[in-house]
Structures are given as structure tokens and as C-alpha cells.
Design a protein around this ligand. Structure first.
Ligand code: F0G
Length: 361
């Protein structure tokens, strides 16, 4: 194999992961995602410092879940599993379905009926998962798959599976390698709280190895209608337009609080309106379309800046967890764009192209 050919995060970071030379690596060459400097966005928000966006939508199935899934499915196959299962608000099911297809195992996914973005559902269908849509939310689906995996030979691949966290921690490694140090602030959406747990683990490990001079402040953001950690209680009926993080009982709740406390960070929430504003701002100023759930990190950055939490000349990284193409319905619903229809006639088209109008961004 070509030495310089990037072959996924297990091959890149194998010394930091629980694999051996004999482990059958199941990979779609995930990871190695762009860290994009967002000067236009920083200026628009009024931040005097560096803002970077880690575009996890560039992963093979379009979300950060691929980082965890390559590890979880690799270890499941190594342990002889023939089937995997997960509960999902959409992205985990797409990733499980894809890596399961690659591994040749059966994939069962439980989703909340009517609450997953169309792109994610279409992925799980195309990759060949067996899809069960329940009349209930993610938290209920997770309780059921935990029960099923305990009592049958099916491996659970939600982020309560520690291999998921191992894979996802590599996002922090990539950020430290790209910046030469850890950022000052790490903004991240919080749903089931696996990803904030994983990133903090990655930051802690590289800090212990002296690859960074400090730990970033972990700044986690739940959606206001699903802000269990912020409110300190399970939310039975979570609601938000950001369906990816429509979760009322985060499985890694304690670990998220640990990350917050050890890093002097925060776990706060953002409203749907703040999420939509950030969602549109990223696209219009930076040319980056991330899904609404991902926009919670940028909405958090805006909120933290307004409260004076961001020091001047500091470096902030926002994790954009999922690709905006997964949810075209939201893009069309919330964009202000108007599609102007005309005859296929040059004069008619030129009438529509009004150069006296100024571009507004
Ligand atoms: N952003 C996106 C796009 C997600 O899909 C998720 C979680 C999160 C953020 C939150 O990450 O759960 O580790 O705190 N999606 C899961 C799923 C629940 O089923 O796809 P978390």
C-alpha cells in the first residue's frame, strides 16, 4: 500500500488506540477533516481572536460519528460479532449502517419516528440497515437497545460503547497537530454527551504526552428545549429543531460535567432561534453548510462572546459535527433565498440580474 495514502484514523493513530497488528481494521478513511479559519465569521460576531471550524461533515458518511464507528465496528468484528445495533437521532444510524456494510454484519437501528433528517434516513436505507422507527424519542430507543444488546448476541455501537469514545478522541489529536497546541476554547454541541467526553479524553491524553501546553476550556451547548445537564434533570419530552441533539437524558452526563469542571469550561444551552442564526451565518459568511445540530457550537461561541467569556487574541475551535446536506428540509426552510423563475430567455434573465443591488452579508 502507498505509504502516503491516508488510510483512516486507526492507521494514523494506532499507537494511541486499543488495536494490535492483528486487528481487522474496518475503515472508510474517516478523519483528517479540515480545520478552517473563519475570519469572516469572527469579524461578523465581533471576536478579536482566532476562530476555527472543524468540519466533521467531510467524513465519509458526513458526520463525526465515523470516527467512533470505525473503532466500534472494528472491535466488534475482532470480537466475532455478526450483528450491531444502535439508537439514533440519525447520524449514528448512518455511520453504523455504512461501517456495518463494509464489515458485512447485520445492522439494526432504532430511530424516533418522524424526527430524523431525511438525508440520514436515506443513508441508513441505502447502506442496507434494518430500520425500526419507534413512537418514542431517542432516550427511549437507547434504553431499549441497551436491553436488547444485554440479552442477545448483538453488539451495541452507541457511545456508551467505550470504543466509540476512543475513535472520537482523535478529533482532538488532529486539532492539536494542526494548531501546534490546544486551542483556548473548544465549542461543541451536546446531545448524548459522548463527543464532549471523547474530545476531552483526546485533549487530556495529548496534554499528558506534552504535545500541548494546556487543556482547552470545554464549552458544551445543549439545545434549550433539551437542556438536561443545564437544568440538572432528565427531560422527558425534549424538543428542538436541531433533531440531532433532541436528547433529554444524556448517557455521558457525568463525563460531560467532569470535562467542564476539570477544564474550567461551561455547559450551557442555546435557543432554536440562536441555532438558526448561527446556521445561516456560517453558510453565508464562510461558505460552510453544517446541519442545525452542529450550529449549536457556533451559537455557543456567539453567546459566550456576548457574555464576555472569550479573551482577546485567544483561539476558539467550533466542532461542526455534521454535514448540512443531511438536512435539506431545514436549509430550504430557514434560508432567506428566493428562487426567481423566468422564461429561458436572455432578456428576461438579464432583468432578474439587477447589478444595482448590493450584496449583503
Ligand atoms: N451533532 C450532531 C450532528 C449529532 O448527530 C450529534 C449526536 C451531536 C452533535 C451530539 O453529540 O451525542 O456525542 O453529544 N447524534 C447522535 C445520533 C445522538 O444518534 O446520531 P453527542
Amino acid at each position: 500500500m502507498e505509504k502516503n495514502h491516508y488510510q483512516g484514523l486507526i492507521n494514523k493513530y494506532r499507537q494511541y488506540l486499543p488495536v494490535t497488528d492483528k486487528t481487522p481494521v474496518i475503515t472508510l478513511n474517516e478523519g483528517n477533516t479540515p480545520l478552517i479559519k473563519a475570519d469572516n465569521l469572527a469579524k461578523k460576531i465581533g471576536i478579536k481572536g482566532n476562530v476555527y471550524l472543524k468540519y466533521e461533515g467531510a467524513n465519509p458518511t458526513g458526520s463525526f460519528k465515523d470516527r467512533g464507528m470505525t473503532m466500534a465496528v472494528t472491535k466488534a468484528v475482532e470480537d466475532g460479532a455478526k450483528a450491531i445495533i444502535c439508537a439514533s437521532t440519525g447520524n449514528t444510524s448512518a455511520a453504523a449502517a455504512a461501517y456495518g456494510a463494509k464489515a458485512g454484519v447485520r445492522v439494526f437501528v432504532l430511530i424516533p419516528d418522524g424526527y430524523i433528517a431525511l438525508g440520514k434516513l436515506s443513508q441508513a436505507m441505502m447502506y442496507g440497515a434494518e430500520i425500526i422507527a419507534i413512537q418514542g424519542n431517542f432516550d427511549e430507543a437507547l434504553e431499549m437497545v441497551i436491553e436488547i444488546s444485554k440479552n442477545s448476541p448483538i453488539t451495541l455501537v452507541n457511545s456508551v460503547n467505550p470504543y466509540r469514545i476512543e475513535g472520537q478522541k482523535t478529533g482532538a489529536f488532529e486539532i492539536i497537530e494542526a494548531l501546534g497546541d490546544a486551542p483556548d476554547y473548544h465549542f461543541i454541541p451536546v446531545g448524548n454527551a459522548g463527543n464532549i467526553t471523547a474530545y476531552f479524553k483526546g485533549y487530556e491524553e495529548f496534554y499528558a504526552l506534552k504535545k500541548s501546553s494546556h487543556l482547552p476550556k470545554m464549552m458544551g451547548y445543549e439545545a434549550q428545549g433539551a437542556a438536561a445537564i443545564v437544568r440538572g434533570e432528565r427531560i422527558l419530552h425534549p424538543e428542538t429543531i436541531a433533531t440531532a441533539i433532541r436528547i433529554g437524558n444524556p448517557a455521558s452526563w457525568k463525563q460531560a460535567e467532569r470535562a467542564r469542571d476539570l477544564s474550567n469550561g461551561t455547559i450551557d444551552c442555546v435557543t432554536d432561534d440562536e441555532i438558526i442564526e448561527a446556521y445561516k451565518l456560517m453558510a453565508s459568511t464562510e461558505g460552510i453548510l453544517a446541519e442545525p445540530g452542529s450550529a449549536a457550537s457556533v451559537a455557543g461561541l456567539i453567546k459566550a462572546h456576548k457574555s464576555g467569556l472569550i479573551k482577546e487574541n485567544s483561539t476558539s475551535v467550533c466542532i461542526l459535527t455534521g454535514n448540512g446536506l443531511k438536512d435539506p428540509d431545514s436549509a430550504i426552510k430557514y434560508s432567506n433565498a428566493e428562487v426567481k423563475k423566468t422564461k429561458a430567455d436572455l432578456h428576461e434573465i438579464l432583468k432578474v440580474i439587477d447589478l444595482s443591488e448590493k450584496i449583503s452579508r
